[in-house]
Design a protein around this ligand. Structure first.
Ligand code: UDP
Ligand code: MG
Length: 305
């Protein structure tokens, strides 16, 4: 098998026909020897039925049906584990990323010019709705993680088997695949493209899921949140040490006043800082807890291979 393409789908019945024809069309131009691993992430609409229908006509379409919705990072991981190709591509199923670009990625990989090629989104950012948040996330994440070449980069990519095996060696439950892909190293190159708005169907990532994906990314690739706690804590220690000395001197010298405002302010200040720190610690403990539970990332119901 030369190429495997992994696509996660969750309630995408509206996209399936165009997705299949465009993707197969562009892969066929590269190599006839490929497989399309479509992961059905617990869809409740006609996605699976449609996929089975297209599979009857073309057995290169393989369907990995998960037992329920596990989220798209888990769905990608499930598909990557099944991929047999020497080169493995990842692409969202909503055609925001052009499958035609795999030709360029494959060319670079098969000439052994790189181990990973990722798509980098260019062009003007349309400042409306989610794209603003995504833009800020990418800016912030780049600084917080210290990873290079992570800005405006998503799952859209292709890699060789070596890089794939490296990515699959990461068993962490808190997963941010673009971060992991960058973290593995090897030779990485990118191709630029303009990312389209989604024009079929609606986004399947709820706002809550997006926020939790961003915080997973930050907490698993950055120690900045815990460092902020430490530094603020140290500043607090210094400030209150000085204040403490002042208080003692005031008491001894006899000019201590009835300190209602300063008492209240310190209580508020300390109280809110402590609560925030406990929240940050909680985020880490929650993730440690998830790792130690060691539950499977996904469960497979059926694999039409
Ligand atoms: N997806 C999935 N499981 C989910 C949510 C999304 O498999 O729980 C798939 C979805 O069908 C699409 C891809 O992941 O193929 C990216 O999702 P979407 O386009 O909704 O995310 P966005 O581009 O808005 O971040
Ligand atoms: Mg999308």
């Amino acid at each position: 098998m030369e190429i495997s393409l992994v696509i996660p789908l969750y309630n995408e019945e509206a996209v399936v026909p165009e997705l299949i024809s465009r993707t197969i069309g562009s892969l066929e131009k590269i190599k006839k020897d490929f497989e399309l691993i479509i992961v059905d992430d617990g869809s409740s609409d006609k996605t699976l039925e449609l996929l089975k229908y297209y599979r009857k006509k073309d057995k290169r379409i393989k369907i990995l049906q998960l037992s329920r919705n596990f989220g798209h990072q888990a769905a990608y991981t499930a598909g990557m584990e099944k991929a047999k190709g020497s080169f493995v591509g990842l692409m969202d199923g909503d055609l925001q990323d052009p499958p035609e670009l795999f030709a360029d990625m494959y060319a670079l990989l098969s000439e052994d010019k790189a181990d990973v090629i990722y798509g980098k989104r260019t062009g003007k950012i349309t400042f409306k709705g989610r794209s603003v948040l995504t833009h800020w996330f990418h800016k912030g994440f780049k600084r917080l993680s210290g990873l290079e070449g992570i800005e405006h980069v998503g799952n859209f990519s292709m890699m060789n088997r070596t890089a794939l095996m490296a990515m699959l060696a990461f068993s962490e439950k808190t997963r941010y695949l673009p971060g992991i892909r960058r973290f593995i190293g090897f030779r990485q190159e990118f191709v630029e493209y303009k990312r389209k708005e989604r024009n079929i169907g609606r986004s399947k990532m709820k706002m809550g899921q997006l926020i939790s994906l961003s915080s997973d990314a930050i907490f698993s690739f950055s120690k900045v949140p815990i460092k902020i706690c430490l530094y603020l804590g140290l500043i607090g220690v210094i400030v209150f040490f000085i204040a403490g000395i002042y208080t003692i001197i005031a008491k001894i010298a006899g000019f201590a006043v009835l300190g209602w405002s300063s008492t209240l302010l310190s209580i508020f200040f300390l109280g809110s800082i402590q609560l925030t720190f406990m929240g940050v610690l909680g985020e880490y403990i929650y993730r440690i807890h998830k790792e130690s539970q060691n539950r499977p990332l996904f469960l497979v119901k059926d694999f039409y291979s």
